[in-house]
Design a protein around this ligand. Structure first.
Ligand code: TXA
Ligand code: MG
Length: 319
């Protein structure tokens, strides 16, 4: 084992991040942990790699991807931010906020990644391992959630591997995602802010840092990826349920009633905890092959807006 002993000792995380960055440079795909959900990452400038990514997810090509970068400087090389976008970035990055802004000329985000739009979605993730990979790679990585299109987002490395692991050259284990819900997507265009997707940063938090949002409701028409049936397990999802019907699994909010196939999103009715548990519990319930997954009502305030958005889409309710 002389050759192994002769190697310089390196931090295992750094070695992993460098190996991932090399695979990405070769045009391969990498499962990347973030604080929100696991992503399936590709070099944003490599159209062939991005085409493979769309294929691996079975994602419609009209649905653009988020470019992930290491810091604000790298974000401003891709986009042109106005003062409100800058205020939001300063308040929430690194963290679960995505900003859609005009594409800067010469930015290395290929057409396919943007679905041909002249805007680009950017975020700086807060996960340490994601940051290391981005710094080792040195450019922008597109990373949609690592589920196959339409399925619940993966919040553990096991779930990510089950969804798209076969397409990834490297799978990075960053532990369970602390937030568990995707980033909030806000468009900063024409001097106005619009909420395109409710997410981990609440509407009130966005407005406190960036000023009023233009519309009351999340603006699905302007965000090509907001499909009616999304985040969906195999079993049908029944919302606003008081308890499980025959053959159903049940996700409570608050103390869980007695019974088989019953879980609680948060026994203490904490929305943050419910957000972190949502996708993992939908998957756990689904694995028991229930007739349906019944879910208790979740208050529509704060993070509840994003939780209810995902639940309505999992149930196929949103047009
Ligand atoms: O938390 C997250 O955002 C995760 C992690 C992995 O970072 N990623 C994620 O990516 O949720 P994805 O691809 O599942 O969702 C991206 C959303 C879609 O709704 C897409 O339509 C929207 O962002 N989007 C991307 N670029 C856009 C653009 N130029 N204009 C409007 N919407 C855009
Ligand atoms: Mg997704």
């Amino acid at each position: 084992m002389a050759h192994a002993a002769a190697r310089a000792p390196r931090s295992p995380a750094l070695t992993q991040a460098e190996a991932a960055a090399e695979a990405l440079r070769r045009g391969q795909l990498v499962i990347l942990p973030t604080e929100t959900v696991y992503g399936l990452a590709a070099d944003a400038g490599n159209a062939e790699a991005v085409a493979r990514l769309f294929e691996a997810k079975g994602r419609p090509r009209f649905n653009p991807l988020i470019a992930h970068v290491a810091d604000m400087g790298a974000a401003e090389r891709l986009t042109v931010f106005d003062s409100r976008a800058r205020a939001l970035a300063a308040a929430f990055w690194p963290g679960p906020l995505t900003l859609v802004a005009p594409l800067r000329e010469g930015a290395g985000v290929c057409d396919l990644a943007r679905a041909g739009l002249n805007t680009v979605a950017v975020r700086v993730p807060a996960h340490g391992l994601a940051g290391e990979v981005l710094r080792a790679f040195g450019g922008a990585l597109v990373a949609p959630s690592a589920n196959r299109s339409g399925r619940p987002s993966p919040t553990t490395v096991e779930d990510a591997r089950e969804e798209t692991g076969s397409a990834a050259a490297v799978v990075l284990d960053g532990g369970p995602c602390l937030v568990g819900l995707e980033s909030t997507v806000v468009a900063a265009l024409d001097g106005k802010l619009r909420l395109l997707r409710p997410g981990a940063v609440t509407r009130a938090e966005v407005e406190a840092a960036g000023g009023a949002l233009l519309e009351g409701k999340a603006d699905a028409k302007r965000s090509p990826g907001r499909l009616a049936l999304h985040y969906a397990p195999d079993a049908p999802v029944r919302l606003n349920a008081e308890g499980p019907g025959p053959g159903e699994a049940f996700l409570a909010f608050g103390p869980a009633p007695q019974g088989p196939r019953v879980w609680s999103l948060s026994p203490g009715r904490d929305l943050r905890e419910a957000a972190a548990n949502l996708f993992a519990l939908l998957r756990t319930a689904d694995r028991t092959r229930p007739r349906a997954i019944a879910v208790a009502p979740v208050p529509d305030e704060g993070l509840g807006e994003a939780i209810n958005d995902r639940l309505r889409r999992a149930a196929g309710w949103v047009g």
